[in-house]
Structure formats: structure tokens, C-alpha cells
Design a protein around this ligand. Structure first.
Ligand code: FES
Ligand code: FES
Length: 164
């Protein structure tokens, strides 16, 4: 029997997410975002625009920020992927997560996981030196609720806590 298009396109994809290795049979066109959300049940990364414009799907790939809606899942094989679900240590929130709560840096929360993933990376990269620098390096993460002032405050607070 002739393979249908989906069957023909399926391939084994091995994703390492938050330290756990997953072997998935995925259509080669599946994005990393859809693999995380639809196949691994990790729905913390959000699908806002699905075309690289909003930052809601931000994850870390080998420690660097990446828009998971723009990456094919199979291209992430052999890379270390971290999502918002992998930030906390058990019941202890990551300092950036705690700072977002402490400074009311969200309203509806839809953009928040992407904001936090970007913030963690920019602090690690040493780009939290001033409010302007934070705004610049967070500019790829949009917030329709306009919680920007509180987001900057939270990032600054988390950065100072980490000695930046
Ligand atoms: Fe990926 Fe908007 S969903 S950038
Ligand atoms: Fe609603 Fe940012 S908190 S979109």
C-alpha cells in the first residue's frame, strides 16, 4: 500500500526536554512548539502568532533563546531544550519566576512563560545592566496587556539578586 503523505513524512525524532529524553514519531514538518505542546503535553510554551513575531513560544535550545514556532522538531534532535516547566527546582521557583510574581509582572499571563524564558537568558547573557538594555533585549516578547513596566522591574530585581 502506498504511504499517505503524513506517514511518508514521519520520522523518528529524539528530543531532550528538561533533562528527559523522548523518542517521537513525528511528521518532519512538525515544529518544536507543536511537538512540545501536542506530543509531550508541555503547554507552558504558548502559541501566539506561530510565525516568529510575539515571543510567546520562547524556549532555550542549548541555553540560548529560541522561538520554538520557527524550529522544526527534528532539527532540535541532540540539543538540550528547556521550557518553562523545567525552570523550577521542585517546589522552589526560579528567581525570575518569583520576581514576576512578586512584582505583578503579568495580567492574563499568556505571554509570561516566554517573557520569563527570555529574561532568564538575558540575565545569563549579562544584558540586564539597565532598564533600557532590559527593554532592548526583551523587545522580541510582546505583551498585549502592556505589563512592560512591571516586567522590566521584575527582570531588574531578579538580575540584582543574581549579582548582575
Ligand atoms: Fe512563536 Fe509567536 S508563537 S513567536
Ligand atoms: Fe497578558 Fe502579557 S500578561 S499578554
Amino acid at each position: 500500500m502506498k504511504d499517505g503523505p503524513d506517514e511518508a513524512a514521519a520520522r523518528t525524532t529524539i528530543l531532550t526536554v528538561n533533562g528527559a529524553v523522548h523518542e517521537l514519531a513525528l511528521d518532519s514538518r512538525v515544529t518544536l512548539l507543536d511537538a512540545l505542546r501536542e506530543h509531550l503535553g508541555l503547554t507552558g510554551s504558548k502559541k501566539g502568532c506561530d510565525r516568529g513575531e510575539c515571543g510567546a513560544c520562547t524556549v532555550h535550545v542549548d541555553g540560548r533563546r529560541a522561538l520554538s514556532c520557527l524550529i522544526l522538531a527534528h532539527a532540535a534532535t541532540a540539543k538540550e531544550i528547556t521550557t518553562i516547566e523545567g525552570l523550577a527546582e521542585g517546589e522552589v521557583l526560579h528567581p525570575v519566576q518569583a520576581a514576576f510574581i512578586g512584582h505583578d509582572a503579568f495580567q492574563c499571563g499568556f505571554c509570561t512563560s516566554g517573557q520569563i524564558m527570555s529574561a532568564v537568558a538575558l540575565i545569563r547573557e549579562g544584558h540586564a545592566g539597565s532598564d533600557d538594555e532590559i527593554r532592548e533585549f526583551m523587545s522580541g516578547n510582546l505583551c498585549r496587556c502592556s505589563a512592560y513596566p512591571q516586567i522590566v522591574t521584575a527582570v531588574r530585581a531578579a538580575a540584582s539578586q543574581e549579582g548582575n
